[in-house]
Design a protein around this ligand. Structure first.
Ligand code: ADP
Ligand code: MG
Ligand code: ZN
Length: 184
Protein backbone atom coordinates (compact mmCIF):
# COMPACT_ATOMS: atom_id res chain seq x y z
CA UNK A 1 0.00 0.00 0.00
CA UNK A 2 1.76 3.21 -1.09
CA UNK A 3 1.74 5.93 1.54
CA UNK A 4 0.36 9.39 0.97
CA UNK A 5 2.91 10.84 3.37
CA UNK A 6 6.33 12.15 2.56
CA UNK A 7 8.74 9.91 4.40
CA UNK A 8 11.46 11.20 6.68
CA UNK A 9 14.36 10.28 8.91
CA UNK A 10 14.65 11.62 12.45
CA UNK A 11 17.77 11.03 14.55
CA UNK A 12 17.88 11.24 18.35
CA UNK A 13 21.47 11.13 19.57
CA UNK A 14 23.57 11.95 22.60
CA UNK A 15 25.55 10.31 25.40
CA UNK A 16 24.36 7.47 27.59
CA UNK A 17 21.64 8.52 30.08
CA UNK A 18 20.74 11.56 27.94
CA UNK A 19 17.16 10.39 27.38
CA UNK A 20 17.41 9.02 23.83
CA UNK A 21 15.26 5.96 24.50
CA UNK A 22 12.82 8.02 26.59
CA UNK A 23 12.41 10.47 23.68
CA UNK A 24 12.09 7.63 21.15
CA UNK A 25 9.37 6.02 23.30
CA UNK A 26 7.58 9.38 23.62
CA UNK A 27 7.45 9.84 19.84
CA UNK A 28 6.38 6.24 19.18
CA UNK A 29 3.62 6.40 21.81
CA UNK A 30 2.25 9.53 20.13
CA UNK A 31 2.27 7.74 16.77
CA UNK A 32 0.30 4.88 18.36
CA UNK A 33 -2.20 7.37 19.78
CA UNK A 34 -2.59 8.67 16.22
CA UNK A 35 -3.42 5.05 15.24
CA UNK A 36 -0.42 4.72 12.97
CA UNK A 37 1.17 1.32 12.47
CA UNK A 38 4.41 1.30 14.44
CA UNK A 39 7.29 -1.19 14.21
CA UNK A 40 10.15 -1.04 16.71
CA UNK A 41 13.55 -2.68 16.34
CA UNK A 42 16.68 -3.06 18.36
CA UNK A 43 19.92 -4.95 17.71
CA UNK A 44 19.94 -8.44 19.21
CA UNK A 45 23.30 -7.55 20.83
CA UNK A 46 21.60 -5.32 23.43
CA UNK A 47 20.27 -7.86 25.90
CA UNK A 48 20.51 -5.65 28.98
CA UNK A 49 16.80 -5.77 29.74
CA UNK A 50 15.71 -8.86 27.89
CA UNK A 51 15.41 -9.00 24.16
CA UNK A 52 11.87 -8.00 23.34
CA UNK A 53 11.55 -4.43 24.61
CA UNK A 54 13.33 -1.14 24.24
CA UNK A 55 13.79 0.09 27.80
CA UNK A 56 14.89 3.47 29.16
CA UNK A 57 16.90 4.03 32.32
CA UNK A 58 13.78 5.42 33.98
CA UNK A 59 12.02 2.15 33.22
CA UNK A 60 9.73 3.10 30.40
CA UNK A 61 9.42 0.36 27.84
CA UNK A 62 7.85 -0.60 24.54
CA UNK A 63 7.72 -3.98 22.87
CA UNK A 64 10.30 -4.35 20.12
CA UNK A 65 11.65 -6.88 17.68
CA UNK A 66 15.31 -7.91 18.05
CA UNK A 67 17.22 -8.05 14.75
CA UNK A 68 20.70 -9.33 13.88
CA UNK A 69 21.27 -7.03 10.93
CA UNK A 70 19.89 -3.82 9.44
CA UNK A 71 18.50 -5.83 6.49
CA UNK A 72 16.08 -7.57 8.85
CA UNK A 73 14.50 -4.18 9.57
CA UNK A 74 13.60 -3.77 5.90
CA UNK A 75 12.04 -7.21 5.62
CA UNK A 76 9.91 -6.67 8.75
CA UNK A 77 8.64 -3.15 7.97
CA UNK A 78 6.22 -3.70 5.08
CA UNK A 79 3.12 -2.87 7.13
CA UNK A 80 4.61 -0.10 9.25
CA UNK A 81 4.03 3.62 8.79
CA UNK A 82 6.37 4.60 11.62
CA UNK A 83 9.60 2.74 12.34
CA UNK A 84 11.53 3.15 15.59
CA UNK A 85 15.10 1.91 15.90
CA UNK A 86 17.02 2.03 19.19
CA UNK A 87 20.79 1.64 19.71
CA UNK A 88 21.46 2.59 16.08
CA UNK A 89 25.23 2.62 16.71
CA UNK A 90 25.22 -1.18 17.04
CA UNK A 91 24.04 -1.67 13.44
CA UNK A 92 26.15 -2.20 10.33
CA UNK A 93 26.60 0.46 7.64
CA UNK A 94 23.60 -0.98 5.73
CA UNK A 95 21.43 0.93 8.19
CA UNK A 96 22.00 4.14 6.21
CA UNK A 97 20.66 2.80 2.89
CA UNK A 98 17.87 0.96 4.64
CA UNK A 99 16.62 4.05 6.48
CA UNK A 100 16.75 5.96 3.18
CA UNK A 101 14.82 3.22 1.39
CA UNK A 102 12.13 3.16 4.10
CA UNK A 103 11.81 6.96 4.11
CA UNK A 104 11.59 6.91 0.28
CA UNK A 105 8.59 4.56 0.67
CA UNK A 106 6.85 7.33 2.64
CA UNK A 107 7.61 5.96 6.09
CA UNK A 108 8.66 7.97 9.15
CA UNK A 109 11.90 6.49 10.44
CA UNK A 110 13.13 7.47 13.92
CA UNK A 111 16.60 6.28 14.95
CA UNK A 112 18.06 6.72 18.45
CA UNK A 113 21.71 6.02 19.20
CA UNK A 114 25.01 7.14 20.66
CA UNK A 115 26.67 9.89 18.63
CA UNK A 116 30.09 9.21 20.22
CA UNK A 117 31.86 6.15 21.58
CA UNK A 118 33.65 6.06 24.96
CA UNK A 119 36.72 7.63 23.31
CA UNK A 120 34.67 10.64 22.23
CA UNK A 121 34.85 9.62 18.56
CA UNK A 122 31.85 9.58 16.17
CA UNK A 123 30.08 6.23 16.39
CA UNK A 124 29.19 4.97 12.90
CA UNK A 125 26.66 4.71 11.38
CA UNK A 126 25.10 7.52 13.49
CA UNK A 127 27.09 10.44 11.95
CA UNK A 128 26.14 9.32 8.44
CA UNK A 129 22.50 9.06 9.50
CA UNK A 130 22.64 12.53 11.05
CA UNK A 131 23.88 13.89 7.72
CA UNK A 132 20.97 12.49 5.71
CA UNK A 133 18.22 12.99 8.33
CA UNK A 134 15.48 15.60 7.98
CA UNK A 135 15.68 16.26 11.71
CA UNK A 136 18.38 15.71 14.33
CA UNK A 137 17.86 16.02 18.09
CA UNK A 138 20.88 16.00 20.40
CA UNK A 139 19.95 15.07 23.93
CA UNK A 140 22.16 15.84 26.94
CA UNK A 141 22.52 14.03 30.24
CA UNK A 142 23.57 15.50 33.60
CA UNK A 143 27.29 15.34 34.36
CA UNK A 144 27.76 12.95 37.27
CA UNK A 145 30.81 14.93 38.46
CA UNK A 146 29.58 18.55 38.40
CA UNK A 147 25.91 18.66 37.40
CA UNK A 148 26.41 20.57 34.12
CA UNK A 149 24.82 19.31 30.87
CA UNK A 150 26.79 16.28 29.68
CA UNK A 151 27.52 15.08 26.14
CA UNK A 152 30.21 12.47 26.80
CA UNK A 153 30.06 8.87 27.99
CA UNK A 154 32.81 8.02 30.48
CA UNK A 155 33.65 4.33 30.70
CA UNK A 156 34.48 3.46 34.30
CA UNK A 157 36.31 0.21 33.52
CA UNK A 158 39.58 -0.46 31.71
CA UNK A 159 38.04 -2.45 28.83
CA UNK A 160 39.38 -1.28 25.46
CA UNK A 161 36.83 -2.76 23.03
CA UNK A 162 34.46 -0.32 21.43
CA UNK A 163 31.32 -2.26 22.29
CA UNK A 164 30.88 -3.29 25.92
CA UNK A 165 27.21 -3.42 26.85
CA UNK A 166 26.47 -2.18 30.35
CA UNK A 167 24.76 0.58 32.32
CA UNK A 168 25.29 2.46 35.56
CA UNK A 169 28.05 0.26 36.93
CA UNK A 170 30.13 0.69 33.80
CA UNK A 171 29.42 4.14 32.35
CA UNK A 172 28.64 7.63 33.51
CA UNK A 173 27.65 10.83 31.75
CA UNK A 174 30.25 13.64 31.85
CA UNK A 175 30.53 17.19 30.53
CA UNK A 176 33.43 18.27 28.32
CA UNK A 177 35.41 19.51 31.33
CA UNK A 178 34.98 16.42 33.49
CA UNK A 179 35.33 13.85 30.69
CA UNK A 180 38.69 12.05 30.74
CA UNK A 181 39.48 10.39 27.39
CA UNK A 182 40.78 6.84 27.90
CA UNK A 183 44.40 6.03 27.06
CA UNK A 184 44.87 4.62 23.55
P1 ADP B 1 19.59 6.87 26.95
O1 ADP B 1 18.72 6.05 26.06
O2 ADP B 1 20.07 8.15 26.29
O3 ADP B 1 20.73 6.09 27.56
P2 ADP B 1 17.33 6.80 28.73
O4 ADP B 1 16.19 7.39 27.95
O5 ADP B 1 17.40 5.32 28.81
O6 ADP B 1 18.72 7.40 28.16
O7 ADP B 1 17.30 7.32 30.22
C1 ADP B 1 17.04 8.65 30.58
C2 ADP B 1 16.76 8.67 32.09
O8 ADP B 1 17.92 8.24 32.79
C3 ADP B 1 16.47 10.02 32.67
O9 ADP B 1 15.11 10.37 32.53
C4 ADP B 1 16.82 9.81 34.14
O10 ADP B 1 15.73 9.27 34.84
C5 ADP B 1 17.88 8.73 34.12
N1 ADP B 1 19.26 9.16 34.41
C6 ADP B 1 20.17 8.43 35.09
N2 ADP B 1 21.37 9.05 35.13
C7 ADP B 1 21.23 10.21 34.45
C8 ADP B 1 22.13 11.30 34.12
N3 ADP B 1 23.42 11.32 34.49
N4 ADP B 1 21.63 12.33 33.40
C9 ADP B 1 20.34 12.34 33.02
N5 ADP B 1 19.45 11.35 33.29
C10 ADP B 1 19.88 10.29 33.99
MG1 MG C 1 18.86 4.11 25.33
ZN1 ZN D 1 31.16 18.04 34.59
Amino acid sequence: MPSSHTGSIEVICGSMFSGKTEELIRRLRRAEIAKQKVAIFKPAIDTRFGNDHIVSHNEQKLRSFPVRSAKEILSNSHEAQVIGIDEGQFFDADLIDICNALADQGKRVIVAGLDMDFRGKPFEPMPQLMAIAEQVTKTQAVCMQCGEPASYTQRLTEAKERVVVGAKEMYEARCRRCYEPPEE
